[in-house]
Write a protein that binds this ligand. Structure first.
Ligand code: FE2
Ligand code: FE2
Length: 165
């Protein structure tokens, strides 16, 4: 069943990305939006992988996607630690941010580099969220996500280099 969005959550994936990227100290709603956006991230990477012709590039995109779902689960754990509430990462079919248009980044060196920039920005975002949270275990989960966003960016740069041959 589709997850019900909190009343004060953005309605679409694009707005959800804009919201979390503008927040430095998250509310619980922001953390829930992050669970959904990260879970959607797996689908976005899978769609990109389908569009990619180069087998290694496909693999790199799938690896990133797999980790985005891990990030969603960690963000859910953060919510649990801070509030005791269960807000599990949904499967794609139950994710309200995957009901509309699903944007797929261009599988070109430029497109991949642009996505790499958002991934590097993701690490900074998680670092600020971790610094704002008054719970060491929750902060560490957010930092673990952040470190992997840097790995994602580096995989994308590797993929861009592969396409340039
Ligand atoms: Fe992520
Ligand atoms: Fe990522």
């Amino acid at each position: 069943m589709t997850v019900t969005l909190p009343d004060d959550a953005p309605a679409t994936l694009g707005e959800a990305f804009a919201r979390i990227n503008s927040v430095t100290a998250p509310t619980i709603t922001d953390l829930k939006v992050m669970v959904l956006v990260e879970a959607a991230g797996q689908t976005l990477y899978e769609k990109s992988a389908e569009a990619a012709g180069h087998p290694r590039v496909k693999e790199l995109l799938i690896e990133n996607g797999h980790e985005e779902m891990k990030h969603a689960r960690r963000a859910a754990e953060v919510i649990k630690l801070l509030t005791g509430e269960d807000f599990p990462a949904p499967a794609a079919a139950d994710n309200p941010y995957l009901t509309g248009h699903i944007p797929v980044a261009a599988i070109t060196p430029e497109g991949l580099r642009k996505t790499a920039e958002s991934e590097f920005a993701g690490e900074k975002l998680y670092e600020s969220w971790a610094a704002s949270v008054d719970n060491d275990a929750a902060a560490e989960l957010l930092r673990a996500n952040g470190r992997e966003e840097t790995d994602h960016a580096n995989r994308l740069l590797e993929a861009a280099a592969l396409l340039e041959g």
